[in-house]
Ligand binder design. Structure first.
Ligand code: NDP
Length: 298
């Protein structure tokens, strides 16, 4: 068997962003306003600042109005909840995203619970988690929805395929398992207590790794021809030629390339999908708020 195909998440995400931009322009024509996303950042976390900046730029490029709220780390829970309430009522705001993690002392669950579920474009509100669990339409977390899109683009119908999701976080693993179940795959949700993980992975036609452990999934775990989606983003310790440290996924990429049928690289695989799906979710929210039919072809 030859080398695995590399799934180009960057190109797929660019296509999705272009489709969102076309729909956003049509939305503006129809309603006289752009879809709007409010992003709330509390404190000075360096990675969060980079993400928030990237989200703002991506919005602007897609014709989505971006409302950034940068608050000091000392912001009280009451102040933050007041802002969320204001954004809930703001007719220009279709989506609200509170960048996590919040500084210590602020209760993330309480803040997420305060967001109007119909503006919860991150899909973290328990109402949206519940909607996903019972098969109702709602907002699905961006990263797993992006993974599903890449899988369906690569494999078409997923019905009957064996899928193993490694990691059971509320943000990635659990919603991923639910999406795959809804797509009629036969799903195993593995985690740190799973016995014989290599053997479990070896059964899978689809492997989604969302663990946060550099190169944990080895090439010889993978069933030949399987489709591997690597969600992990891990920075290795700095070396002389890589002073910032190399970025690797949860899968040993070079090994997996020899065995898998297709695999997402890190970076350039799942990562770019997350923001593209955020824009997509914001566009969907805007249509719902304006009483328009959901945009098609996304
Ligand atoms: P969490 O830390 O919340 O969850 C990690 C999961 O991995 C847990 O369920 C844990 O199991 C499981 N796990 C830990 N060790 C093992 C092990 N040895 N064997 C099997 N399972 C194990 O992480 P997230 O879901 O938030 O993120 C996972 C990765 O994805 C990270 O690298 C993160 O950076 C990346 N990520 C990337 C995104 C993107 O845009 N591409 C977006 C979000 C995350 P248990 O529950 O038993 O503790």
């Amino acid at each position: 068997m030859g080398e695995a195909a590399r799934i180009d998440g960057k190109a797929f995400a660019e296509g999705l962003r272009a489709r969102v931009a076309a729909h956003a322009a049509a939305f503006r024509q129809a309603t006289g306003r752009a879809p709007g996303l409010a992003v709330v950042l509390v404190g000075e976390d360096e990675a969060s600042q980079v993400y928030v900046g990237a989200k703002g730029r991506a919005c602007t490029e897609a014709g989505i109005a971006s409302f950034e709220h940068r608050l000091p780390a000392e912001t009280s829970a009451a102040e933050l909840l007041t802002l969320v309430e204001r954004l809930n009522r703001d007719p220009e705001v279709d989506g609200i995203l509170v960048q996590l993690p919040l500084p210590a002392g602020l209760d993330e669950q309480a803040v997420i619970a305060a967001i109007d579920p119909d503006k919860d474009v991150d899909g973290f509100h328990v109402i949206n988690a519940g909607r996903l669990a019972v098969g109702q339409r709602g907002f699905v977390p961006c990263t797993p929805l992006g993974c599903l899109m890449l899988l369906q683009d690569r494999l078409g119908d997923l019905a009957g395929l064996e899928a193993v999701v490694i990691g059971r976080s509320n943000i990635v693993g659990k919603p991923m398992a639910q999406l795959l179940t809804d797509a009629n795959a036969t799903v195993t949700l593995a985690h740190s207590r799973t016995r014989n993980l290599a053997e479990v992975v070896g059964r899978a036609d689809i492997v989604v790794a969302a663990v946060g452990r550099p190169e944990m999934v080895r090439g010889d775990w993978i069933k030949p021809g399987a489709c591997v989606i690597d969600v992990g983003i891990n920075r290795l310790p700095p070396t002389e030629d890589r002073p910032k440290g190399r970025l690797v996924g949860d899968v040993a990429f070079a090994e997996a390339l020899e065995v898998a049928g297709a695999i997402t690289p890190v970076p350039g695989g799942v990562g770019p999908m997350t923001i593209a799906v955020l824009l997509r979710n914001t566009l969907v929210a805007a249509h719902a708020h304006a009483g328009l039919d959901a945009p098609e072809g996304l």
